[in-house]
Design a protein. Structure first.
Length: 248
């Protein structure tokens, strides 16, 4: 895991994410750009933060996909959410001293680490940013509720369609997806660990979605062929993401 200095400024993704859920003033953008970011690269399957850690900093995802997970007693993994560029998935560590879950790289990842001290100073100086961070954590909780409802009550086909819809809209909000096409570098095993399914079942459902003309996949690149039908199959209502109307 090495320091990185050869990527786009990390604040660009963070500002895009915050603008998707609220208004960011020019002064706030300047303050976000001035944060002391420390870039690090992680290989696929490496942990960025581990359960039990007491991190002195938060990590902003700049490139790649990350998952939040817990290991159960018998070594089984439950993925609880997927995180994309612009997300700060351990923002709660600003106020909760010990990590109660881990963050792992699903792909090669570049993350920008921001000291807690700098974030506390930022939120004291800019209450608007503090409010946006609070809004972001509330949206995180809304996503947890949606996933819980899905795992508890939706069919396997609906669960997978729902996740595809969610990832697509989150990527589009930070300008990483065009109209219908995006990278989805999440394996069938990872989808299974997230949705309470077997990899074989995930494979069968993905084939069914392709056969139904809802998606086209070219390697890790996915094209949504029929958004309205995919949304209907997934019982997907984007209101839980709480995007501003401009972003939605």
């Amino acid at each position: 895991m090495a320091d990185r200095k050869d990527v786009s400024p990390p604040h660009t993704r963070l500002i895009a994410k915050l603008e998707a859920i609220g208004r960011v003033t020019e002064a706030e953008k300047s303050a976000l750009a001035d944060l002391p970011y420390r870039l690090r690269s992680f290989p696929e399957n490496a942990d960025l933060v581990r359960q039990g850690d007491k991190p002195p900093e938060c990590c902003l995802i700049v490139e790649g996909f990350v998952c939040r997970y817990k290991l159960l007693g018998e070594g089984q993994r439950q993925i609880m959410s997927f995180h994309l560029p612009g997300d700060i998935p351990d923002l709660q560590s600003l106020h909760l001293r010990v990590m109660d879950h881990s963050l792992s790289a699903l792909t090669p990842v570049t993350a920008a680490f921001i000291p807690h001290e700098a974030l506390h100073a930022l939120t004291r100086a800019f209450p608007g940013i503090a409010a946006l961070f609070w809004r972001d954590t509330l949206i995180d909780a809304a996503i947890f509720r949606e996933w819980l409802a899905g795992v508890g009550r939706r069919t396997a086909k609906a669960r997978i369609a729902h996740v595809i819809c969610e990832v697509y809209l989150k990527l589009r909000a930070v300008h990483l997806a065009d109209d219908g096409g995006f990278d989805l570098p999440i394996t069938q095993v990872e989808l299974a660990d997230a949705l309470g399914l077997s990899p074989v079942h995930v494979n069968r459902v993905l084939q069914e979605l392709r056969a139904d003309g809802l998606i086209v996949s070219k390697g890790r690149f996915v094209i949504i062929s029929d958004w309205e039908r995919l949304r209907a199959v997934g019982d997907f209502d984007a209101s839980y993401l709480h995007f501003r109307s401009e972003a939605a």
